[in-house]
Design a protein around this ligand. Structure first.
Ligand code: ZN
Length: 246
């Protein structure tokens, strides 16, 4: 009997903890509550938009060989334009408003201080020179339709957008780790000479920002709308700096 209990107790404890994890992660919560996994309906009615300009300071990000422009400057420019487009409609917070370096984990911590918020991180891409167009990265279920809306809006602005990967589910520090709906937006490829020339133009960046802002406002008004079905839940640990593709 004692031997049997010794065998059974760990199994029972295992079941108990599996049950707890399942309850926690599959619970349907309102879009305004915190959830480590993000397995819930998409963000809707949020009061704050955290706009994160990628890179900064000693981290320039990608750089166009043809225009010489650095991703960190372009990302900050577009982030400020998105804030301008959203002002009067929803409260906006920038993670940086100048050319300063902020660790990714600090950006996540800063975002997690806000309740009832979403996070949109702005970047420009780099890769093989023939690739062009926007890409949006998401991880959480509650971020899927926001990613879809932003990608769709950007695709209407960019004329050569169709060799890029589009909407990509990828576990990154800024897509997995915040406890709120979040997407990372690559507005275009600086490594593509034709796209880099467009990105160098302020009027084009204004159009990118308008598209992102319009998609955010539509998400805020409609939530997931009819953009489902939502992706399946995934259970993965937080992303670390040592992960590949970080
Ligand atoms: Zn970047």
């Amino acid at each position: 009997m004692f031997r049997l209990l010794r065998l059974l107790i760990p199994a029972l404890l295992g079941l108990l903890f599996a049950g707890c994890a399942g309850t926690r992660s599959s619970a349907t919560k309102a879009s305004t509550t915190r959830d480590e996994w993000g397995h819930r309906a998409g963000a809707r009615g949020f009061s704050t938009v955290i706009i994160d300009a990628g890179h900064g300071g000693r981290d320039s990000g990608a750089r166009s060989r043809t225009t010489g422009q650095a991703e960190k400057d372009l990302a900050l420019d577009v982030a400020k334009r998105v804030r301008g487009e959203l002002s009067g409609s929803v409260k906006c917070v920038l993670t940086r408003s100048s050319d300063t370096f902020i660790e990714l984990d600090d950006r996540v911590r800063a975002a997690n201080r806000y309740n009832d918020a979403i996070l949109v991180s702005i970047h420009f891409n780099s890769g093989r020179s023939r690739i062009a167009g926007p890409e949006v990265y998401y991880w959480r279920v509650d971020s899927y339709t926001m990613g879809k809306r932003i990608l769709s809006a950007l695709s209407q602005v960019t004329p050569y957008g169709h060799s890029s990967r589009g909407l990509v589910r990828r576990r990154l520090r800024l897509t997995r780790n915040p406890d709120l709906a979040c997407v990372l937006v690559e507005c275009g490829y600086l490594s593509n000479p034709r796209e880099a020339a467009l990105i160098a133009r302020a009027d084009y960046r204004a159009r990118l920002a308008r598209a992102i802002a319009a998609a955010i406002l539509r998400q805020r008004a409609e939530g997931d709308g009819r953009l489902g079905p939502l992706p399946r839940p995934l259970f993965e640990p937080p992303s670390r700096s040592s992960d590949p593709r970080e």
